[in-house]
Design a protein around this ligand. Structure first.
Ligand SMILES: [Ca+2]
Ligand SMILES: [Ca+2]
Length: 394
């Protein structure tokens, strides 16, 4: 029942977004007018899902409503003409304000949803209805459409310096208010492991194309990778993005969009798997390799930039050794696996491992060997995989 409700609300909102002229959806970030001293102060309280009817007159040209979120979730208002016998084509303007009377959105139509906003528990929102055309004495109905969601990414004033902190393993829903809006989301973990992320449209049946830009940064805001979801094979989903994280490190996700994504809900999922043996970036050259031991499995991921991972092994015996590499999912181009000796001479390499591969070499006891994982030479660097390496010997 609840799922059905979520679906219908979001679907209807999405259809309105798709159909309405773009200019009407432009969000206005701030308003210098202090609207709380005007009509908003006397706003009528709305309860979720319960329609309230009203009409405007010559003397009362606008009416205001307010809604207090009972929980975190997403909110839009629905306004419709309720007098079926009227032959007029009334149009109303509906403006949504936050508790500080800053305008969030403005839509002008006959029957319509306002732009969806993500809301936190106990936050207050105002709706102001003004007549635009043929609206005098026309009856309308107004409904606060509120859908609870346990983990909503909301909050004004997000920036790289002030990101929203999220917990790994939970699903989050967010939205970009306008073409210039961006969400900054910070994640970290007390234990080492890897994160499998996905960014999707929350309701994939909405036909509007999502072209979010997904960027991942380390704690010093070095860009690790950037994905434009519309360039992915499945343009509605950005899946299997892996990030290997050592304990205590934090990372920032930036989600930005365009006019077409304004008001669309996105779902961000960050599944976390705890594992002790992970690479530690930066490990991008012979100067800073990760030490590895025989018969242990290490997890790593390649970013778009800083594209190599170096590991070093000191042979415990003279024998044939094998580097086994397994990718979490099959890639088109894959990764190269290279082995160098202590003098940095290439010993052996295997190019373009797309799912599983291995290289063997003869190691001498006490000597150092480097194992390097890099993107296959040609094509777009693929960041949609986790790799595991394990060194074995005869
Ligand atoms: Ca790496
Ligand atoms: Ca690296």
């Amino acid at each position: 029942m609840r799922l059905k409700k979520i679906f219908s609300v979001v679907l209807a909102a999405g259809l309105i977004f798709a159909a309405a002229p773009a200019a009407e959806l432009t969000a206005v970030a701030t308003s210098t007018n202090n609207n709380t001293t005007g009509n908003l102060k006397n706003a009528t309280a709305l309860s979720a899902g319960k329609q309230v009817t009203g009409s405007l007159t010559e003397s009362a040209k606008e009416k205001s409503y307010k809604f207090t979120a009972p929980d975190s979730g997403f909110l839009s208002f629905y306004i419709e003409r309720t007098d079926a016998t009227s032959t007029n084509q009334p149009t109303w303007k509906a403006e949504v304000f936050d508790s500080e009377a800053r305008m969030i959105s403005s839509v002008t139509e006959t029957s319509f949803y306002t732009q969806t906003v993500m809301v936190q528990k106990d936050s207050l929102y105002y709706l102001r209805i003004t007549g635009v055309q043929n609206a005098v004495n026309e009856k309308y109905g107004v409904t606060a459409q509120f859908t609870e969601y346990e983990d909503v990414i909301a909050g004004a004033g997000q920036s790289a310096e002030n990101p929203v902190k999220i917990s790994l393993g939970k699903k989050y829903v967010g939205t970009l208010d306008s073409a210039s809006d961006a969400d900054y989301i910070q994640l970290s973990s007390d234990s080492s492991g890897y994160v499998k992320m996905s960014l999707k449209k929350y309701v994939s049946s909405i036909s509007a194309k999502a072209d979010w830009r997904f960027e991942l940064y380390d704690s010093e805001m070095n860009n690790l990778y950037t994905l434009q979801s519309s360039y992915q094979t499945d343009s509605l989903n950005t899946e299997n993005l892996y990030l290997v994280i050592p304990a205590g490190q934090s990372y920032t996700i930036k989600i930005s969009g365009s006019q077409s994504t304004a008001g669309l809900l996105y779902a961000l999922d960050t599944a976390f798997t705890s594992t002790n043996l992970v690479e530690t970036e930066p490990n991008n050259s012979f100067a800073n390799p990760d030490k590895i031991k025989l018969k242990k499995t290490y997890s790593g991921a390649l970013a778009e930039t800083s594209t190599k991972d170096y590991f070093v092994y000191k042979a415990t015996k003279t024998a044939k050794h094998t580097v086994n590499v397994t990718l979490s999912n099959e890639l088109e181009k894959g990764y190269n696996v290279l082995v160098y000796d202590a003098d940095r001479n290439l010993v052996i390499s295997k190019e373009g491992v797309v799912k599983k591969g291995k290289v063997s070499f003869k190691a001498k006891k006490g000597k150092k060997y480097y194992v390097v994982i890099e993107h296959a030479a040609s094509g777009t660097p693929s960041v949609n995989a986790l790799y595991k390496i394990k060194l074995t010997s005869k």
